[in-house]
Design a protein around this ligand. Structure first.
Ligand SMILES: Cc1cc2nc3c(=O)[nH]c(=O)nc-3n(C[C@H](O)[C@H](O)[C@H](O)COP(=O)(O)O)c2cc1C
Length: 307
């Protein structure tokens, strides 16, 4: 699919989403499509031009400093039978959290992105790139800037995925859209490092990634996924208890819930509008998404903090 997707989307709106969805389905079902093709009578197979019978393949490109994002990359790879390109920095970040924070701060302030051990990926044969990263300073980690500087994503469908402490999925996807205006950056997946480090996380991630692909294939947008929430309303004692249980490890964000809306799924999603004073900084308004499983299936958990 060699489309100028952005202008295509501008012109054809939802239709383009459907085309992208078809491309994503095609790369996920590559094996079964190939089997179907080889089952055709020989003369029919010969009539088809090669590009039309060869489904597109996708590539998972990711950077992971401490292994959380790698787990999601593995799930994407398995779900789409994709090839994988792991971005590696020429010099690794320091081994402690605080010294990595200091190193990343210097890189961000100077916009001197780290040299990569493997700057160039061979992207020519891929229509779709799944781009994975840890959130650092509210957006993607610096090695992603290095990767974007050395590789051309124009004309590709780009699906971001990330891991984070509390959030950054939407903000990083928005920055990616700005930096890659000629790529089609669509729905992003994210998961907190707490959830991905928990027992049984592999199957949780696998099923979330499957659900994510189902949403992509249906052409769902962020707005559509927010459908089905009730109006924001004042908190009840039960809401406050859910909020307290799910945010107990996030004291550094100083979150104060102001109102809530809910969405019934297999369990309940809570969307709290909150005041936040992250690391004692100025007060901002943010949304905190919490999932409460069905009774007896576990404790409420924080899914993401984002605007
Ligand atoms: C330098 C640095 C900055 C970070 N900044 C954020 C942040 O702004 N927001 C957030 O939610 N998590 C932040 N994190 C947490 C990481 O996103 C999280 O631990 C991630 O899962 C690490 O992924 P990895 O194991 O693939 O490297 C930061 C971590 C580091 C080391």
């Amino acid at each position: 699919m060699n489309l100028r997707l952005d202008s295509f989307i501008t012109k054809f709106g939802g239709f383009a989403v459907a085309v992208i969805a078809l491309a994503l389905c095609a790369c996920g079902n590559q094996e079964s499509t190939q089997n179907k093709t080889s089952a055709k009578p020989a003369e029919q197979a010969v009539e088809q031009p090669a590009e039309q019978t060869t489904p597109s393949k996708s590539l998972v490109v990711f950077y992971s400093q401490t292994g959380s994002t790698k787990k999601v990359a593995d799930a994407f790879q398995k779900a789409r039978n994709a090839d994988v390109f792991e971005i590696k920095t020429a010099t690794p970040y320091p081994s402690t959290y605080d010294s990595t924070v200091a190193a990343v701060r210097v890189q961000r302030e100077s916009k001197q992105w780290p040299a990569l051990a493997n700057p160039k990926a061979d992207l020519a044969k891929y229509d779709t790139v799944f781009l994975g990263y840890p959130i650092m300073f509210g957006t993607f980690a610096p090695p992603i800037y290095s990767f974007l500087d050395s590789n051309d994503l124009s004309g590709k469908v780009v699906v971001p995925f990330c891991t984070y402490g509390s959030g950054g999925r939407k903000a990083s996807a928005a920055e990616l859209k700005t930096l890659e205006p000629n790529a089609s950056v669509i729905l992003a997946y994210g998961i907190s490092n707490k959830r991905i480090s928990a027992e049984g996380a592999d199957s949780v991630v696998a099923s979330e990634v499957e659900a994510f692909f189902a949403n992509l294939a249906e052409g769902k947008t962020e707005e559509m996924l927010m459908g089905g929430y009730s109006e924001q309303r004042p908190l009840t004692a039960e809401d406050s208890a859910v909020f307290a249980a799910a945010t107990k490890d996030y004291g550094y964000l100083s979150l104060k819930p102001l109102s809530v809306s809910t969405q019934v799924v297999a369990g309940t999603n809570f969307l709290f509008t909150c005041e936040m004073k992250a690391f004692g900084g100025p007060a901002t308004q943010t949304n905190v998404k919490i999932f409460r499983p069905l009774p007896g299936r576990g404790e409420p958990e924080l899914i993401v903090v984002e605007k």
